[in-house]
Ligand binder design. Structure first.
Ligand SMILES: Nc1ncnc2c1ncn2[C@@H]1O[C@H](COP(=O)(O)OP(=O)(O)OP(=O)(O)O)[C@@H](O)[C@H]1O
Ligand SMILES: [Mg+2]
Length: 217
């Protein structure tokens, strides 16, 4: 997705002019206070609004408020999921945990680390793949960090299988999937194949933190 400075400036002007009936009425200040309080409650940690993260936060804000018109300015499609990429520790998982609670448009998904999915597969087997064929929304956290899938000596690229079924669900039932990852598109292709990559743009809004973003750990 285009996160050029100009696009962000236009989006930001648009958002803050349009005070509508959203809970936070596009107040960045209120969002900041909310994230701070929520992060204290959930993680006992103080959330800091880093200047360098503002473009990503603005895009996510717009997505979680489900503002189609504002989204159009930067090519954000509220009917797709989010694929958030960025360097280690930049705050991807934190934001995907906090943001759904920031608006009254209920975007509900289950956050699940891909490591847990594959570890579960390795223990239980192929029936684990079935679980993700339901119509619930998921956020697959830390895609790329999971081990290789292997059950009873049978290898399986678990996340590739799951992501391909999630694509079918997206196409037929508009079921959403979100992802956080450290991998770039080339690395994703090497790991999950060209079929997944060719579906990527259809299924996800690609949102990236700058590669220079600092590790917040
Ligand atoms: N804006 C923030 N202010 C303060 N602490 C933050 C902020 N964002 C993230 N953190 C903290 O930094 C650490 C790393 O954040 P997080 O796990 O969200 O990063 P990540 O991008 O998902 O990392 P990884 O690539 O390793 O999965 C966590 O301890 C988190 O609480
Ligand atoms: Mg993470």
């Amino acid at each position: 997705m285009k996160t050029s400075r100009r696009a962000i400036q236009r989006l930001s002007k648009f958002l803050f002019r349009e005070l509508d009936n959203n809970f936070f009425g596009y107040s960045f200040y209120k969002l900041k206070v909310f994230l701070h309080v929520q992060s204290r409650m959930m993680f006992e940690k103080d959330f800091r609004l880093h200047k360098e993260d503002k473009p990503v936060l603005l895009i996510l804000y717009c997505y979680f408020i489900q503002d189609q018109n504002a989204g159009a300015i930067i090519g954000l499609d509220i009917n797709k999921g989010l694929l958030i990429s960025g360097p280690v520790g930049c705050g991807k998982t934190t934001l995907m945990n906090l943001m759904p609670k920031s608006t009254r448009h209920k975007i509900n998904y289950e956050m699940i680390p891909t490591r847990n999915i594959v570890n579960n597969f390795n223990e239980v087997g192929f029936e684990v793949l079935e679980k993700y064929k339901d119509t619930k929304d998921y956020c697959f956290d830390d895609l790329g960090l999971e081990p290789t899938g292997c059950h009873n000596t049978k290898d399986c690229n678990v996340m590739e299988e799951i992501l391909l079924s999630r694509y079918d669900l997206f196409k037929t039932k508009n079921v959403k999937t979100h992802i956080t990852t450290n991998l770039n598109p080339e690395e994703l292709e090497a790991r999950y194949g060209s079929q997944f990559i060719s579906r990527l743009g259809e299924m996800f809004n690609l949102v990236s933190f700058a590669s220079s973003t600092n590790d917040k750990r």
